[in-house]
Design a protein around this ligand. Structure first.
Ligand code: COA
Length: 230
């Protein structure tokens, strides 16, 4: 037992203290209010339930992003990833999107994944913007490294933000070239891309914090795949 605990101490990823992301609320195009807030490590098992169905969806790269996000969240839960954080979007308590990343060091942030579970409302875009806000404004970092795994992601991040392609830098996710968001790009694009107000009204925040609700698998799949005419 003592040996197991000693070994666990060796295997456990060390962590630097991180500033918290203050919750905010965004009014979406359909007038619904999405609360964006930081998840706690103890929330991971319920978040995994929301991500799991996406691993089987071979559309718009949901399967690969879902599988990787699942592994990253589990890695955070089991203390196998350093300095990770996760932000979630909730509407009426239901989780509608998840983003995560980590601090490489004081100055550099690594953006991991963005997953929208409710589509057509720019839930993913708002959450990606919240993730950039977290790195630059709350973690106080100089830059964020970002790569894309899907054409929608490439359009939403590299093109919309005008990210800078990084020569000779490999992003932690492997794969395609790495881009970066600098503080300058962030503050330039902020008025156009970063939405939301604080503080979150008490009732809304209490509802979000009380319980993270997860739609059933059929509903998640229908929302991701069910757009008319495609
Ligand atoms: C990339 C992503 C986070 C963007 O989220 P978002 O900003 O909320 O955008 P949506 O996914 O709702 O919409 C993207 C486009 O797909 C269309 N779309 C496809 N299927 C849709 C559906 N079932 N319902 C509504 N819109 C759908 C939208 O009309 C939209 O078109 P537009 O770009 O002309 O506005 C999200 O598409 C996602 O989670 N994709 C899978 C994982 C992924 O690729 N992550 C990023 C890796 S770089």
């Amino acid at each position: 037992m003592a040996v197991d605990m000693e070994l666990e101490a060796v295997l456990r990823a060390p962590e630097i203290p991180q500033a918290k992301y203050p919750p905010k609320v965004i009014t979406l195009a359909n007038s619904k209010k999405m609360v964006v807030r930081e998840a706690e490590r103890r929330d991971v098992p319920i978040l995994l339930k929301a991500v799991k169905p996406t691993m089987e969806i071979d559309r718009d790269f949901y399967d690969i992003v879902g599988a990787r996000l699942y592994a990253e969240l589990l890695g955070w839960y089991k203390h196998r990833v350093r300095n990770e954080y996760c932000l979630i979007g909730q509407i009426d308590g239901y989780v509608v999107g998840i983003v995560n990343g980590r601090m490489v060091n004081k100055d550099i942030g690594m953006s991991y994944h963005t997953l929208a579970l409710d589509r057509g409302l720019r839930v993913g875009s708002h959450l990606f913007a919240s993730k950039m806000e977290h790195h630059i404004e709350y973690l106080g970092q100089k830059e964020v490294w970002i790569t894309a795994e899907s054409p929608i992601g490439f359009r939403r991040w590299m093109i919309e933000y005008g990210l800078l392609e990084q020569e000779g830098i490999q992003h932690e996710l492997g794969g395609a070239n790495s881009y970066k968001l600098t503080r300058e790009i962030y503050f330039e694009t902020k008025p156009r891309l970063v939405a939301g107000t604080r503080p979150v009204p008490k009732r809304l925040l209490e509802q979000a914090e009380k319980e993270i609700l997860v739609a059933d698998e059929e509903t998640i799949t229908e929302k991701i795949c069910g757009v008319k005419g495609r």
